[in-house]
Design a protein around this ligand. Structure first.
Ligand code: FEO
Length: 172
């Protein structure tokens, strides 16, 4: 059984994951409107990944007898001036999410909830990957600069990204 402090914190994290999903969907829509289908695809996959993160937390709360409470999802920005700007915002946002996960981890330890701490291990590793991916994209976009052909080639590459079900949802 989860204690109330932990349930409240996990529900807040569900809201943060859904806000992340909404943010990346907004970025995908701008790239689609701007004629960058590959970037749009990349952010649509990111949108699905964030929904999956929320689902992992929901499954976990339910599995331990807690109650999932879905709160309103705040509005997200709707305009980025360049692809680099979108990825810089992505990195900054993922760094914030990493801090949220670390806070949850610390709370689980303080409450001696070692099952919750164990569940969070997957998210700790996932955040390392999320930040690294965003940073790599920033590095590549800085190299490309305003070279249209480079941007076109990267767009082609990002069109190939596919969604992979995260391990905690496999078979669910
Ligand atoms: Fe759910 Fe991108 O962290």
């Amino acid at each position: 059984m989860l204690n109330n402090k932990i349930v409240d914190a996990l529900n807040a994290q569900i809201n943060a994951e859904l806000w992340s999903a909404y943010l990346y969907l907004s970025m995908a829509m701008q790239f689609e409107a701007d004629g960058h289908p590959g970037f749009a695809n990349w952010f649509k996959i990111q949108f699905k990944e964030e929904q999956a993160h929320a689902e992992i937390f929901m499954n976990y709360i339910n599995s331990r007898g807690g109650r999932v409470i879905l709160k309103p999802v705040d509005a997200v920005p709707s305009e980025w001036k360049c692809p680099l700007c979108a990825f810089q915002d992505t990195l900054a946002h993922e760094q914030k999410v990493t801090a949220l996960i670390n806070n949850l981890y610390a709370l689980a330890e303080a409450e001696h909830d070692y099952a919750t701490r164990g569940m969070l291990d997957w998210f700790v590793s996932e955040q390392v990957e999320e930040e690294e991916t965003a940073k790599n994209m920033i590095d590549r976009l800085k190299l490309i600069g305003d070279n249209g052909f480079g941007l076109y080639m990267l767009d082609q590459e990002l069109a190939a990204r596919v969604f992979n079900t995260p391990a905690p949802l496999a078979g669910k």
